[in-house]
Design a protein around this ligand. Structure first.
Ligand SMILES: *Cc1c(COP(=O)(O)O)cnc(C)c1O
Length: 212
């Protein structure tokens, strides 16, 4: 099941679009099915769940964090991840920067742009992202992440992705470290790949409905 799903996703995704397997709420046995089918990038959304899965999975897994991260949970997450996709406030960015400096690391992050989705207020506005200061030495801003409005209306999704794509291209033009645009989930990744997605975050289409 998982292997077949991964195979057809890989066949459908253009080269240059990284497949991030969203494994939140699935047991390690399911993650291992994906691992054995060649998947190496996994994403989790809860600090404790991430920290408990890391030691149970092979060492060459690359972990991404995609959930809301509170500053008192950094040490459960930052030692293990290659990318924090969900930096949604200056406060969090500054805390990660400070952690990076005191741990001798430069933490790769994406800034989350708040798109239409009314159910969450999470994320920066465009102007806040433009105002993020350069020269934080404990973080490297690699790009943007966004979640489209949760709707079946693909015209709305399209508008959301156009908005984040525009900001991505604007920032990329002047900042060499900005190369990543993480948009697209199970319902909408085909739209995302038409709007410069470099990463898609897919859970349900790989693992089926979440289990707990
Ligand atoms: C859960 C989640 C996904 C994956 O959602 P699916 O619809 O299962 O593909 C992607 N991105 C974020 C930020 C998530 O929290």
């Amino acid at each position: 099941m998982v292997a077949t799903a991964l195979e057809s996703l890989r066949a459908a995704l253009p080269s240059g679009v990284e497949l991030v397997a969203v494994s939140k709420f699935h047991p390690v046995s399911r993650l291992m099915e994906a691992y054995n089918a060649g998947q190496r990038i996994f994403a989790e959304s809860r600090p404790q769940e991430l920290a408990s899965k890391v030691p149970l999975m092979p060492q060459d897994v690359q972990w991404h964090f995609i959930g809301h991260l509170q500053t008192n949970k950094l040490k459960l997450v930052l030692p293990y991840v290659s990318l924090v996709q969900s930096v949604d406030s200056f406060h969090l960015l500054q805390a990660i920067n400070a952690w990076g400096i005191s741990n001798g690391r430069v933490v790769d992050v994406l800034l989350e742009l708040h798109l239409g989705a009314e159910e969450t207020k999470q994320g920066f506005t465009e102007d806040e992202i433009r105002a993020v200061p350069a020269g934080l030495s404990g973080v490297r801003i690699r790009g943007l992440m966004g979640m489209a409005t949760n709707t079946d209306d693909m015209a709305v999704v399209e508008k959301d992705f156009e908005r984040i794509e525009r900001l991505f291209l604007e920032l990329k033009a002047t900042n060499l470290s900005i190369t990543e645009l993480s948009i697209g989930m199970s319902g909408d990744w085909p739209v995302a790949v038409r709007h410069h997605a470099t990463m898609v975050r897919i859970g349900t289409d790989i693992f089926g409905p979440r289990e707990y």
